[in-house]
Write a protein of this length. Structure first.
Length: 178
């Protein structure tokens, strides 16, 4: 588990309440505990709850913007799409969405005019999680940044229901699940 760091926000900061998914503003001077900095976003604990802050607001926490949001270099490939998805994290779990077993389907359609259209079907660890649109949006944004991608869509689906057996060996190791 990563070390928790306590800081005060140096300015007002947009945030998303976890797990509800509600957008709000955390006020300048609010004391927060930084609990996770993965995939270009920051998870903080404050006022009795958890919040996700975009990496672009890292300066409000006294941090540099995480580099995970940089567009990967190189040519288009299916591997590049999978690598982009591996930079997306549930803000409560320190395992990427691929190793959590949340990606159910990946379709790549080459376009005659050049470029590719990518469609992803993913799920969440719990049906009531309000973070679905945030996580799916993060995945879509990161895929769209890849060279050769014209369009990307990420759909949240619920069939089959997710369960812990879908977590990869690498994910199990991070979570301490044997």
């Amino acid at each position: 588990m990563a070390e928790v760091k306590t800081v005060k926000l140096t300015r007002n900061c947009n945030a998303v309440q976890i797990p509800a998914g509600n957008e709000l503003t955390l006020d300048e001077g609010t004391t927060v505990d930084i609990t996770q900095t993965l995939g270009g976003s920051i998870t903080v604990s404050a006022m009795g709850g958890l919040f996700r802050i975009n990496g672009s607001d890292a300066d409000a926490l006294g941090l540099q913007e995480p580099g995970a949001d940089e567009a990967p270099a190189g040519e288009f490939s299916e591997d590049a799409v999978w690598e982009a998805l591996k930079t997306c994290f549930d803000p409560e779990i320190p395992v990427n969405i691929v190793d959590l077993g949340l990606i159910y389907d990946l379709k790549i359609e080459a376009q005659e005019s050049g470029g590719h259209i990518i469609d992803v079907k993913m799920t969440l660890t719990a049906p009531g999680c309000g973070m679905g649109p945030v996580i799916a949006g993060d995945a879509q944004e990161k895929i769209t940044r890849l060279a050769g991608v014209k369009q990307a869509g990420v759909e949240v689906v619920w069939d089959p229901p997710w369960h812990q057996s879908m977590i990869s060996e690498a994910g199990r190791k991070i979570l301490g699940i044997e």
